[in-house]
Design a protein around this ligand. Structure first.
Ligand code: HEC
Length: 304
């Protein structure tokens, strides 16, 4: 039999499609009902659901693992996913579903997850999940995540159960890029007219000018949106209202100031619902660049 006859391949494909069971990943895919444990989880709204049957089957999904006490990278990852959700617009909850599963299910009750979702401005269509520790551990393992939770990587798993394909990528990428990838991911029916694509390049932000601005976009902008509070406060005027040394210390390591009982740090933490800003891990020169960028923004605003 000629192995690569296109006609045969097509006939084979038609057969395979005809033979598909009603719903679920196609038989050729290793990533279906046989792979994912159908464990019972509880949503942040208190609903009981099955991981595969209710959340994944026949859907296009984005799965991430988080925990509400995380003070490191998952805050940035979750804030970025919130921007991805806004980019995807109305599709979320309809043909794209976002899930964030707690890595600390004993601690993360549905109430805690609800508060966390609210702090990150999560909208409907994005479900936060908790469950029994051993079930969540099994789920994590199936996603290849074996690291201690403090070290778990900021990734998202993009899955399309109709085609049975999954892809892992960084949760920290540019949100517009991630939204485009998620919307089109391996979807033969994608007509390129989704909201994301339709906005085109004209809506894309200008390329970051300086180093400080580029760093700010990458490491800070997910939580600090100009013109209003988001996860973190609006930073307009911050270089005028704060002592420069305090500002540098805060940005380098907010936790050090909070742990040391700095009154301003504690007040900020309190005002923002206990969501701690993660340490920035910026080098000295990167920190200078970010501070210079913030000062230039404040200067420009003062001149206007
Ligand atoms: C995961 C979200 C997040 C990220 C990422 C983040 N921040 Fe924050 N930031 C916050 C929150 C929340 C607060 C309020 C204090 C708190 O709750 O820790 C804050 C507070 C601040 C403040 C104090 C504002 C004031 O009024 O004094 C500054 C300055 C600041 N952030 C700068 C930065 C810079 C610069 C970066 C990037 C290097 C950054 N932040 C990254 C969430 C974030």
């Amino acid at each position: 039999m000629p192995a690569h006859s296109p006609r045969r391949a097509l006939a084979g494909l038609a057969l395979a499609l005809a033979a598909l069971p009603a719903g679920g990943a196609p038989p050729g895919s290793p990533w279906g009902a046989a792979y994912f444990p159908d464990v019972e989880l509880t949503t942040h709204e208190g609903r009981r659901v099955r991981f595969y049957a209710d959340l994944v089957r026949d859907r296009r999904v984005v799965v991430s693992f988080i925990y509400t006490r995380c003070t490191q990278i998952c805050g940035l990852a979750t804030a970025n996913l919130a921007r991805v959700q806004r980019e995807l617009g109305e599709r979320v909850g309809k043909d794209i579903h976002l899930y964030s599963v707690s890595l600390e299910p004993e601690h993360d009750t549905p109430e805690r997850l609800r508060a966390f979702a609210a702090a990150f401005r999560a909208r409907p269509g994005w479900t936060f999940l908790t469950g029994r520790a051993e079930d969540v551990a099994l789920l994590r393992k199936k996603f290849g995540d074996l690291a201690p939770i403090e070290e778990h990587a900021p990734v998202i798993e993009i899955g399309n159960d109709v085609t049975g394909q999954w892809w892992r990528t960084s949760a920290l990428d540019n949100p517009r890029y991630l939204a485009t990838v998620i919307a089109g991911f391996m979807d033969p029916a994608w007509d390129g007219r989704s909201q994301v694509a339709a906005r085109g390049y004209r809506a894309a932000p200008p390329v970051a000018a300086g180093k400080g601005q580029a760093l700010f976009r990458q490491r800070c902008a997910a939580c600090h949106v100009p013109g209003g509070d988001s996860v973190g406060p609006d930073l307009a005027g911050v270089t005028r209202r704060r002592d420069p040394a305090w500002l540098a210390r805060w940005i380098r390591s907010p936790g050090t100031l909070i742990d040391g009982g700095d009154p301003l740090a504690l007040e900020l933490l309190e005002r923002h619902g206990g969501i701690a800003m993660p340490p920035s891990d910026l080098s000295a020169s990167e920190l200078d660049a970010v501070l210079a960028y913030l000062r230039s923004q404040d200067r420009q605003a003062a001149e206007r």
